[in-house]
Design a binder for this molecule. Structure first.
Ligand code: GDP
Length: 297
């Protein structure tokens, strides 16, 4: 395992002469360590560079606080800057689901945790916000995926749209809208098909569905352990379909969570939730503080 950043920086500063303020040289030395730590946490290089520049501007010339060491002080500045970048304008846990029935489109690659997250989010909306939720699977390629959503629905006590074999995704979406309207649902969630890789057919299909229902939220589900790949996936979906937010799954794994920073910096989209396990209650609202702590190690 890596030595954590605080320890590393203390080491660096122990070798420097004590001064009244952080000199440019001190800060530069420390920031080299910060950059390495970010890269080890799977933050992309351009994002790490830009971030370090931001910290440098803030740290240089700052008076050294008596009560903490210069190393700790730089760590604090880095931490605060991370939180600032990760925190979006909006409250991550509050989805735009007024004006019922509000469509939520769930998109992402196969295996990212999309169906699981759909179930988790439906449970959360039902239990925490008292919403009446309908879920529908648009995965016409994998009947098992449709069954999986139905099983999750039963498990969390949320209705799923009855499966009609042979329908196209866009027609299932329209049927979900109709049923949600007639049935007095607050929200209907559309779990789109995933592929192992992004392809034109997948994107075309998602676009068609988007045009048919005009979703209030389009949430991209990505595996938080896949680092750079997750960011590339987000850029593609944003360019082709447009996303309103991101859910990072598998954050219960031992990844360092650097994808969160790259994701935010590159796409500008808010991270809404994080998946912390396979169980239906393992979904939490994204907290910048926590991820910052994790990135710093
Ligand atoms: P989909 O193909 O994107 O719909 O992916 P699934 O929802 O079927 O999930 C694929 C696998 O990942 C399943 O075994 C899930 O239980 C698991 N999974 C989903 N989210 C998480 C998570 O946050 N943490 C962990 N550890 N496993 C997850």
């Amino acid at each position: 395992m890596f030595e954590n950043l605080s320890e590393r920086l203390s080491g660096v500063f122990d070798r420097l002469t004590k001064q009244g303020a952080l000199s440019e040289e001190d800060v530069k030395t420390a920031l080299r360590e910060v950059r390495v730590a970010l890269l080890e946490a799977d933050v992309s290089l351009p994002v790490a560079r830009e971030f370090v520049k931001k910290v440098q501007d803030q740290a240089t010339g700052q008076a050294v606080t008596k009560s903490i060491t210069p190393g700790q002080q730089v760590v604090k500045i880095v931490h605060d800057t991370l939180v600032e970048v990760l925190r979006g304008e909006e409250d991550p846990g509050v989805l735009k689901i007024d004006n019922p029935p509000a469509p939520i489109l769930m998109v992402g690659l196969q295996g990212s945790g999309k169906t699981t997250t759909t179930g988790k989010l439906a449970k959360r909306l039902k239990e925490k916000e008292g919403k009446k939720v309908l879920m529908a699977s648009l995965d016409v390629y994998r009947p098992a995926a449709m069954d999986q959503l139905a099983v999750l629905g039963t498990q969390v006590g949320v209705d799923t749209l009855p499966i009609v074999p042979g329908q196209k995704p866009v027609d299932i979406a329209k049927r979900a809208k109709q049923q949600a309207t007639l049935g007095g649902y607050d929200v209907y969630m559309l779990d789109t098909a995933g592929r192992l890789h992004i392809d034109e057919v997948l994107m075309g299909e998602v676009e068609q569905v988007r045009n048919a229902v005009d979703p209030r939220e389009t949430l991209l589900v990505v595996d938080g352990l896949t680092g750079q790949v997750a960011v590339e996936v987000a850029e593609e979906f944003e360019a082709k379909v447009g996303i309103s937010g991101v859910v990072l799954t598998r954050m219960d794994g031992d990844g360092r969570g650097g994808a969160a920073l790259s994701m935010r910096a590159v796409t500008g989209k808010p991270i809404r939730f994080v998946g912390l396990g396979e169980k239906m209650d393992a979904l939490e609202t994204f907290e910048p503080d926590r991820i910052a702590g994790r990135i710093l190690g």
